[in-house]
Design a protein around this ligand. Structure first.
Ligand SMILES: C[S@@+](CC[C@H](N)C(=O)[O-])C[C@H]1O[C@@H](n2cnc3c(N)ncnc32)[C@H](O)[C@@H]1O
Length: 330
C-alpha cells in the first residue's frame, strides 16, 4: 500500500499567502475556525467557493489545497500506470482554483506540451501561475478542448451539470468528493461519456452499468493513505474532523481505448465479520464481494482502490470465495 505525502516545499508558499490574509500557520486555532466555517459551507449542496472571503481563502490554502493535492496523487498514479498521459499532452484545468491538480501533475513530472488553467474567479490567476507554472486563460467555456485533456478536480459538485463543451476533449480526468451526492453526478456523466463513444480507463474495469447505480448505501470511492506534515498535524489538533486517511471519487476516460485493464477492482474496505472477511469488488454490473474464511488463515491484504488482474474462487450468492492469496493474480 502506497503512502502519499504533501511536499514540504509548499509550506513557504502557504505561509506567504496566509500572511497576506492576516493568518499564519503559527496560529492554528484561528485557522481552524476558518476551516470549520468553510467546511460547513461545503456541506451545503452546490455551494460555490467564495474566493473573495478572506477566511475561506485562508482555509483553502492551508487545508483544502493540501488535502486535494494528496488525493489527486493517487488518481494520477493510477492514470500513469495505465499510460494515460502518453497520448495527449495538452491540459486544460477547468475550475483550477489555486492550481491544486495542475501542481500535482507538474510535481509528478507528467510530460506536458501545454497546461492552461481557467476559473470563473479571475483572482486565482496569480496563485495558479505560481503553483502550476502553466498559463491562465479567462475564457472558460470557450477554450477549445479538441486534442486536449480536460482536468477538473472538485468542480463538478459546484456545477448543475457537466458543461457540454467538456465533451469536445479527447480525454477527461475528474476528481470529486467521496460523497453519495457527488458520485451520482459522476455516474450520470460516466453514462453520458459512454454514450458519446468515450472509453473508461479508471476506476471502472468494465463498461457495463456501474454495480452501485441503485445502491442506497454504497458509492464508489477510493481511499488514500498519507503522511501529513507537522504543521498540518497542529492544525488538525484543533479540528473535530481527522484526516488520517483521505477519500475521493474519480473518473478517467478517453476517446482512445485503454490498454488491457485489470479485470477486478476492490471498491470497499475490508469488512471483518464473524469468521470471515469480505471486500466489495467491481468486475461487471453486479454488486459482489470477495470473501475469505478466517479458518483458512490470515486474510490477504487487500485495499480499497486496488486493482487485481483476476480472481479464481467459488461463487456463493453475491460472494466469490477465495481460499488463499494464490487465488488472486495481482
Ligand atoms: C472546490 S474548488 C476546486 C479548485 C481546484 N480545482 C482544486 O482542486 O483545489 C472549485 C473551483 O471551481 C470553480 N468554478 C465553479 N464554477 C465554475 C464555472 N462555472 N466555471 C469555471 N470555474 C468554476 C470555483 O471558482 C473554484 O475555484
Amino acid at each position: 500500500m502506497k503512502i502519499y505525502q504533501f511536499p514540504e516545499i509548499y509550506q513557504d508558499w502557504i505561509e506567504k499567502r496566509l500572511g497576506s490574509l492576516h493568518y499564519t500557520l503559527r496560529q492554528p486555532q484561528k485557522l481552524a475556525a476558518a476551516i470549520l466555517k468553510a467546511s460547513d459551507l461545503y456541506q451545503q449542496d452546490d455551494s460555490l467557493s467564495p474566493w473573495q472571503d478572506a477566511d475561506f481563502r485562508a482555509a483553502y490554502y492551508c487545508y483544502f489545497f493540501p488535502l486535494n493535492y494528496v488525493r489527486s496523487l493517487k488518481a494520477i498514479d493510477e492514470a500513469k500506470q495505465l499510460g494515460f498521459f502518453h497520448a495527449q499532452q495538452k491540459y486544460v484545468d477547468y475550475g483550477c482554483g489555486p492550481g491544486t491538480l495542475s501542481a500535482a501533475l507538474r510535481d509528478q513530472e507528467i510530460p506536458m506540451k501545454s497546461l492552461v488553467g481557467t476559473d470563473h474567479d479571475l483572482s486565482l490567476k496569480t496563485d495558479y501561475l505560481a503553483l502550476s507554472h502553466g498559463s491562465f486563460d479567462p475564457r472558460g467555456k470557450t477554450i477549445p478542448l479538441k486534442g486536449k485533456t480536460l482536468l477538473a478536480s472538485y468542480v463538478l459538485n459546484e456545477l448543475k451539470e457537466p458543461p457540454a463543451f467538456w465533451l469536445q476533449a479527447d480525454s477527461i480526468f475528474l476528481i470529486e468528493p467521496a460523497t453519495h451526492q457527488a458520485f451520482k453526478k459522476l455516474l450520470a456523466f460516466r453514462d453520458q461519456l459512454l454514450r458519446e463513444g468515450f472509453y473508461l480507463w479508471a476506476p471502472c474495469p468494465h463498461s457495463f452499468s456501474c454495480p452501485l447505480t441503485n445502491s442506497r448505501k454504497d458509492w464508489c470511492h477510493d481511499r488514500v493513505h498519507w503522511k501529513w506534515p507537522q504543521w498540518f498535524a497542529d492544525l488538525q489538533s484543533h479540528l473535530p474532523m481527522k484526516n488520517y486517511t483521505l477519500t475521493m471519487s474519480y473518473l478517467i476516460a478517453s476517446r482512445n481505448p485503454p490498454p488491457k485493464l485489470n479485470s477486478v477492482r476492490i471498491i470497499g474496505d475490508e469488512l471483518k465479520e464473524k469468521g470471515k472477511s469480505r471486500w466489495m469488488i467491481c468486475q461487471n454490473d453486479q454488486r459482489q464481494f470477495l470473501s475469505f474464511l478466517h479458518r483458512q488463515g490470515h486474510p490477504p491484504e487487500l485495499h480499497r482502490g486496488q486493482s487485481l488482474k483476476s480472481v479464481q474462487g467459488s461463487p456463493k450468492g453475491n460472494e466469490i470465495r477465495i481460499s488463499s492469496k494464490e487465488d488472486i493474480q495481482f
